[in-house]
Design a protein around this ligand. Structure first.
Ligand code: NAD
Length: 358
């Protein structure tokens, strides 16, 4: 295992305020909590359970993910900071009540505030178990809108964001007749499709599961495109809503849309792919700017569920994107770079972190 003493020299370390290794012999818990930055408020971020190859891989992931949360929350103007946690193991076979309780104890005993939430490999039921040991759990409030599922808000934020991008590129945000390709019609992509269809857009969809596409055909009159073709469909907007890395060495030069705006986290394989889209005159909307509806939802539901305030906040994604496009145009830099800078301004990046370690 990588020496814990060395974590500050890891490539993914970025002045994290606190990094804690979570170990409990009895339950088999092994994992990490990383709090990147709490300048704007307590760190909020999901707990991912995954069969990492080793502790070094888990540590790298939690450092990278927690930093990403700080940027996403700051850019969304939320009064929360960035944190994340990971548990090493197979969520189907290694998860137990004792393991979750032990993780809850670690969350409760941190020196800074970290609010844990569900993520890949964990769910609401797991959060309820941790809630027995700590109050610092999101997504367990009874009566939350959509039962705590943030994807309707993510889809609505995406809809608002796509309109902002279309307005910037085409001079009007009227979506009637706009051709939009959605890659992945799952929780977010399907709901986004419903909103776009209602606004008059013509939809093209692809999904590895044929029944997801069939629903889209039935409900939105969508045209089905193969998974291999969807990124290079002749459309106005291409919306990657499946997995990360959709824009890569193979696909970047094949995209024909004028706007790329999708929910998938890390849809650019590398920042260079964003630069290449920009050089081709394609407006690329940074994923963490446009998919912030989910974190906005979680923050509002945790704070008491002000639905009107939440809707206004989701609508403000449009203003953030307009600011981002304006700065990118003025400076000639990529929208991804400008998004990072705007986020950094908003959380006033520290020059030194407070490092604690068990
Ligand atoms: P999901 O699993 O419900 O939907 C993803 C869909 O993509 C599935 O239907 C899947 O079959 C399909 N898919 C997988 N590989 C594909 C491929 N190669 N081509 C076409 N389709 C493919 O997930 P989701 O909750 O809708 O999230 C979608 C993306 O948005 C993910 O990257 C997620 O991290 C990101 N995101 C989601 C939220 C949220 O609130 N759910 C918030 C922020 C970001």
């Amino acid at each position: 295992m990588m020496s814990i003493m060395n974590y500050t020299s890891l490539p993914d370390f970025d002045h994290h305020e606190e990094v804690v290794r979570c170990v409990d012999e009895g339950s088999g818990l092994r994992g990490f909590i990383a709090v990147h930055n709490t300048n704007r408020g307590p760190a909020l971020g999901g707990c991912r359970m995954w069969t990492y190859g080793d502790e070094a891989a888990a540590l790298a992931d939690v450092l990278r993910l927690s930093r990403g949360q700080t940027y996403k929350a700051a850019l969304a103007n939320l009064d929360i900071g960035g944190g994340k946690s990971v548990i090493i193991g197979d969520p189907r076979s290694d998860k137990s009540r004792d393991l979750l309780l032990a993780m809850g104890d670690y969350v409760n005993n941190l020196n800074v505030s970290y609010i844990i939430a569900e993520d890949s490999g964990t769910g609401v039921a797991d959060m309820r178990v941790m809630n027995e040991r700590t109050q610092w759990v999101a997504g367990v409030v009874e009566g939350s809108e959509h039962g705590g599922d943030p994807s309707p808000s993510t889809a609505y934020g995406m809809f608002v964001g796509i309109k902002a991008a279309v307005r910037h590129r085409f001079g009007s945000d009227n979506l009637a007749g706009m051709r939009i390709a959605i890659q992945g019609v799952g929780n977010v992509g399907y709901r986004l499709g419903a909103l776009l269809y209602e606004a008059g857009a013509s939809l093209y969809v692809a999904d590895v599961f044929a029944d997801n596409c069939e629903c889209a055909v039935r409900e939105f009159d969508a045209r089905v495109v193969s998974v291999e073709e969807i990124h290079r469909t002749e459309v106005d907007v291409y919306s990657p809503c499946a997995l990360g890395g959709a824009i890569n060495d193979r696909t970047v030069m094949q995209i024909k849309a004028a706007v790329v705006a999708g929910a998938a986290n890390n849809q650019l394989s590398s920042p260079l792919h964003g630069n290449r889209l920009q050089k081709r005159g394609i407006l690329c909307v940074p994923d963490y700017a446009i998919n912030a509806g989910g974190i906005i939802d979680i923050a509002y539901e945790r704070a008491g569920g002000d639905q009107e305030g939440k809707r206004r906040h989701l609508d403000s994604i449009s203003d953030t994107l307009a600011e981002l496009f304006r700065r990118a145009d003025e400076s000639g830099r990529s929208t991804a770079r400008v998004a990072d800078e705007l986020a950094e301004e908003r959380f006033q990046k520290r020059s030194e972190g407070r490092h604690h370690q068990i």
